[in-house]
Design a protein around this ligand. Structure first.
Ligand code: HEC
Ligand code: HEC
Length: 197
């Protein structure tokens, strides 16, 4: 069957790239980022993850929530999310696509996934931890890095906040989320304002 061949090909690419780039780059980028932020203004707008650069993806996957940057999840997780059955039961919604669109979007996500990304922030999201072994669909909001960064944000400002609803709505709090900017200086939670920790 064509679809399953395609899925296997995507998974194969994903597995190969995991081994190839996973450990290639050091982790000094993150520190540079914090340092520059205090000094020069221009770095403020430097994306933490590469912005979305695929119109089909933005259109098909950006209507119910932010079109998440591919660098927010590793390739294997994108491949799981993009399976036809997974899309038909997508976190409780039906997000089914034609095979052609699904193939184009899956290739884009896998090729630009967190384990492919060159920004330190993307690489942080590449460590999924226990979420990968879970039977349910993977989530950015369940990656270890995400949980560590958000564990001080109280539920009343998220699920208890009608203007946010859930952590999946990145752009409710991160004003630059659609450009891939997630640094904590640009967080503003609706009904609460800037975040000082
Ligand atoms: C019909 C609406 C709809 C469409 C279209 C849609 N999604 Fe979603 N998506 C959802 C809902 C609902 C959730 C769960 C949000 C929540 O828990 O608050 C979700 C969650 C997600 C998550 C997990 C976010 C997290 O919590 O970490 C990812 C990743 C995701 N979607 C990717 C995609 C991709 C890729 C596409 C395009 C193929 C897509 N979505 C299209 C409705 C949609
Ligand atoms: C309810 C508001 C809210 C939502 C929704 C939210 N965040 Fe955050 N995020 C925060 C806050 C507040 C911080 C800073 C936490 C701290 O430093 O204690 C943060 C920090 C971060 C950081 C670390 C930034 C840094 O400079 O270290 C990243 C990356 C990030 N969020 C990504 C995301 C992504 C991706 C999503 C959506 C899947 C998301 N966030 C959804 C409030 C939110």
């Amino acid at each position: 069957m064509r679809t399953s061949t395609k899925t296997i090909a995507i998974l194969a690419i994903a597995l190969l790239s995991l081994g190839a780039v996973g450990l290639a780059v050091g982790d000094s980028d993150d520190d540079d980022h914090e340092k520059h932020e205090k000094g020069g203004g221009w770095v403020k707008s430097r994306p933490d993850v590469a912005p979305v650069a695929n119109a089909t993806y933005s259109q098909e996957c950006g209507s119910c929530h932010l079109a998440y940057q591919p660098g927010l999840l590793p390739a294997l997780d994108w491949a799981r999310i993009m399976g036809p059955d997974a899309l038909a039961d997508h976190y409780g919604d039906d997000a089914s696509l034609s095979d052609a669109l699904r193939g184009e979007i899956a290739s884009y996500l896998v090729a630009n996934s967190a384990d492919q990304g060159t920004s330190s922030r993307s690489r942080a999201f590449a460590f999924v931890g226990e979420a990968a072994a879970d039977a349910a669909l993977p989530r950015i909001t369940r990656t270890r890095y995400f949980v560590n960064k958000h564990d001080e944000v109280p539920a009343r400002l998220v699920t208890g906040n009608p203007e946010v609803g859930s952590f999946s709505q990145c752009n409710s709090c991160h004003r630059g989320a659609d450009k891939g900017i997630y640094n904590e200086d640009q967080v503003s939670i609706p009904g609460h304002g800037r975040w000082d920790d």
